[in-house]
Design a protein around this ligand. Structure first.
Ligand code: GLN
Length: 390
């Protein structure tokens, strides 16, 4: 067992004794889940998947489908059109609350049920099959394999989904939903009933972590802009009325579902998913919350803590008879320009008069335009014979 897998396994065993909470029972079929199941999976930048516990256990995706259907709505309609129908604010209320803006009927955000039904209603297609087909296709690309609907969970939710139907009726009365209520909610119920494993969820999370590019299949699934929008909403709204606490303790965009799964995203680092069916009072899995919290702490994943290498390019310096060449590779962000300039200033003091310094930026994988402009400006002001290779 490699070191990271051992670390995952250790964290999993630490949370195994937690047996608080209960499986969701308002969807009868979910109450049947084996409450002792427990699994954790992490996917890194090269697409390596590490999973421990009940990694093959299948369960329905439930609310963890919502960020990905938001991604599809953004792809189909663009940001302005989507957020005209649904807000971008944490509701501070449970997932199934009647959280609609006064006068407009706009739901608070796309990750509570009301907002998710409104988002689902935006997906194009003539009928239930066509609409579900588009959703399944995109979610499968995020997961890197074809996903299927669990027909019995779908039927169970459809039979008992009156609260979601009521939300849809209210939103239709405000013009937030402009397709028939049954079409909107049945599409939503089918998306929630897609079967996944903890591994699938970790791959889906990793695709968001790497800017919409699936590190397992190598496929670009959505644009960086769409992935960033989805993560922004997950950061503030993904854990319902526990979202603020979650950001405080774990510091990662995340999404939970009533089947007991949680997926979390450490941008540029990992996609993470955990699964265990017993839920707390917020509708979040007790053990999944606990294990992701431990991981974030141990792997240093909190988004808001300082990261030494953030946007710092790798710098190498070559000397030749006619001068020095400074080669930059990796990412050049604003903080990175400071470091490169410090190296240049040191060089300015030590190289013989008349020789040139070449700054070669052709190997940079990612450059933020303002950072390059700042570097260029400062570079030209230095008392050196300088050449910039772009
Ligand atoms: N399908 C579930 C519902 O609409 C999803 C809720 C959830 O996972 N929080 O009630």
């Amino acid at each position: 067992m490699d070191t990271i897998t051992a670390l995952l396994s250790g964290a999993l065993e630490e949370v195994r004794p937690l047996t608080d909470g209960a499986t969701a029972s308002y969807i009868p079929e979910l109450a049947e889940a084996d409450p002792d199941q427990l699994a954790l999976s992490v996917v890194g930048p090269r697409g390596r998947v590490r999973s421990v516990g009940d990694e093959d256990a299948e369960f329905t995706i439930q609310s963890m489908s919502k960020p990905f259907v938001l991604a599809l709505a953004l792809v189909e309609h663009g940001r302005d059109a989507v957020f005209a129908k649904v807000g971008a604010e944490p509701s501070g209320e449970p997932f199934n609350a009647i959280s609609l803006e006064q006068n407009t009927g706009r739901p608070a955000n796309p990750l509570i049920n009301a907002g998710a039904i409104a988002t689902t209603a935006l997906i194009g297609g003539d009928d239930l099959d066509a609409r579900t087909g588009r959703i399944v296709e995109l979610l499968s690309a995020f997961a890197g394999r074809s996903l299927w609907v669990d027909e019995s969970v779908y039927a169970s939710e459809s039979l008992t989904g009156d609260r979601n139907r009521a939300l849809a009726h209210l939103m239709r009365s405000y013009g937030i939903i402009d397709v028939p209520v049954e079409l909107a909610v049945e599409t939503y119920f089918r998306q929630c009933a897609l079967l996944v494993t903890v591994r699938d969820l970790a791959v889906m999370a990793s695709t968001l972590a790497f800017g919409g590019w699936n590190p397992v299949t190598g496929e670009r699934v959505v644009s960086e802009a769409v992935a960033r929008d989805v993560l922004s909403i997950m950061a503030s709204c993904g854990m319902y009325d526990y979202s603020g606490q979650w950001l405080l303790r774990v510091g990662l965009p995340a999404k939970s579902g009533v089947s007991g799964g949680i997926l979390a995203v450490a941008p540029s680092q990992f996609g993470v998913a955990a699964f265990s069916p017993r839920l707390d009072g917020y509708g979040n899995s007790v053990r999944a919350v606990a294990v992701v919290e431990r991981l974030s702490e141990r792997l240093g994943m909190h988004l808001l803590e300082p990261h030494e290498n953030l946007a710092a390019p790798t710098v190498s310096v070559d000397s030749s008879p006619d001068g020095r060449t400074i080669r930059l590779s990796g990412e050049l962000g604003f903080a990175g320009t400071e470091r490169v300039l410090a190296i240049l200033r040191d060089l300015a003091g030590s190289i013989p008069a008349g020789s040139t310094v070449t700054l070669d930026v052709r190997e940079l994988a990612r450059t933020h335009p303002a950072a390059l402009a700042a570097l260029e400006g400062e570079f030209n002001a230095l008392p050196l014979g300088l050449r910039l290779q772009t």
